[in-house]
Design a protein around this ligand. Structure first.
Ligand code: TPP
Length: 313
């Protein structure tokens, strides 16, 4: 199957289904055309997933399609942006129709779920890798950045941590138990916190999505905001399945393992109190921003350093 036939068969249907008024021209020309409404900023970001680094060899193509788009779209959630469209650069060792059909299905499911339309793409032969560039928009000047955290702000996370990292131990399990299945789902099907991110525009002082690990990613907020923080380990949310399987090691995974794609958010206490109830439920308070630089964790024996996943570390 040639490149054009491959795109026509597997990816164009996905694009046609999801055209929006902001995506003026989808795949098929040299470029796609996006119209940014008056008063909105264009927010965009690119992510690459490489076989053997971001997902295991012989990984389910359906999960890869979902996961690649979720990971990329999560960056839009962290800025409070509304998704519009994405481009896909797919590098494949060979064009296997069944593999491509499953991959396109996972991608289509994620695209429907997140409300983000395929705008175009490129396919190349080579070691398996998926790059996705996502485009979204936000009210002009209101994107949530990493640099706005202030002393006294609450530090919050949007959901349980550590399970996706724990899943690495049994990604290839042929007959996972019930607890393992709950943990695996967190790796296979991350959920970008888009609704929460949008609810936090004009309210949160800073946000980041947790790809490399809570301590490492919060450290980015602290550095860029010129502040420090104290976290209470007792308040870090974790799946009961993770506690059961990992015991005392669960906390260390929750602090340092990546792949969860929850948001870490800082917000002034009065703004937190004024949030809609469903936004409050979605934001678990785990600590406070402080003037003194550095990151302190109380409530547990800590042997961890804030090092999370680092490709060049
Ligand atoms: N091994 C496998 C098979 N899958 C994984 N996801 C990991 C290890 C762990 N891992 C690989 S990359 C990464 C993690 C936790 C960090 C996130 O990737 P990165 O490219 O740094 O994403 P970004 O922060 O740029 O969005």
């Amino acid at each position: 199957m040639g490149e054009f036939e491959l795109i026509r068969r597997f990816f164009v249907p996905l694009a046609n289904k999801a055209m929006t008024d902001q995506l003026v021209l989808g795949p098929g020309d040299d470029c796609a055309i996006q119209r940014v409404p008056e008063g909105r900023d264009l927010v965009f970001s690119v992510d690459t997933l490489v076989e053997g680094v971001h997902f295991p060899a012989n990984y389910s193509p359906f999960c890869l399609g979902w996961r690649a788009l979720a990971v990329a779209t999560s960056d839009l959630a962290a800025m409070g942006a509304t998704p519009v469209c994405f481009t896909l650069a797919l590098t494949l060792p060979e064009a296997q129709p069944e593999w491509l059909a499953d991959f396109a299905q996972g991608l289509a499911k994620a695209s429907d779920n997140f409300g983000i339309a395929l705008a175009g793409g490129d396919t190349t032969r080579g070691p398996l890798a998926v790059s996705i560039q996502v485009h979204g928009t936000v009210t002009q000047g209101s994107a949530i950045r990493r640099s706005g955290a202030r002393p006294g702000d609450l530090v919050c996370v949007s959901g349980p941590l550590g399970a996706a990292g724990a899943a690495l131990d049994f990604l290839g399990a042929t007959d996972p138990g019930v607890d393992q299945q709950a943990i695996l789902a967190r790796y296979h099907f991350p959920e970008p916190r888009l609704v929460l991110g949008q609810q936090l525009v004009g309210r949160a002082s800073a946000a980041i999505d947790i790809s490399d690990g809570l301590l490492a990613d919060l450290e980015h907020i602290l550095e860029q905001s010129g502040v420090g923080a104290e976290l209470d380990a007792k308040n870090i949310p974790m799946l009961p399945e993770l506690r059961r399987i990992k015991g005392a090691a669960a906390l260390s995974l929750a602090l340092t393992a990546g792949d969860d794609y929850e948001l870490c958010v800082t917000i002034a206490p009065d703004r937190y109190a004024a949030l809609a109830p469903e936004a409050q439920v979605g934001l678990i308070i785990i600590g406070r921003i402080q003037q003194e630089s550095g990151l302190r964790v109380t409530g547990a024996e800590m042997t961890e350093s804030p090092a999370g996943f680092d490709h060049f570390g």
